[in-house]
Design a protein around this ligand. Sequence first.
Ligand code: ZN
Ligand code: ZN
Length: 148
Amino acid sequence: MSITKDEARQLLHESALRVTSPRLAVLRVLAEAQDPLSHTEVLQRLGETDWDPATIYRNLVKLRDAGLAPVVSRADGINRYALAQAHDDGHQHPHFVCEDCGRVTCLPAELTASMAMQGPWAASIQKAMVQLRGECPDCLRRLSEAPR
Ligand SMILES: [Zn+2]
Ligand SMILES: [Zn+2]
């Protein structure tokens, strides 16, 4: 999913946030991403800019506080942000953490759908950040193709 500058502007208006260029840029990076991004990953995707990392970080926090970019993964103690509503389930699905390349990927919710959502644990499970770890398909492929 990607959004235009106007759509990003609209999102900021709806959240009563001032429209600034770093905010627009961060929103668009998050909208384009398939997966949750850390501060560092947002910087990488922004590429060369005039904004320093601290500015981008402050804007991420602003967007988070406004509910536009909630933290959906805390894998390895690193906050990863995603555009709200980019996924219908609000990132309740499990995330896969690759121990090789460090990428965090959204997995289909079906993988944990069999968890019974009833009884005293139901609310806890719904709030849980489910995390699976290992090597992602790209890394597995790379490893199997590597010359021995
Ligand atoms: Zn990987
Ligand atoms: Zn997700």
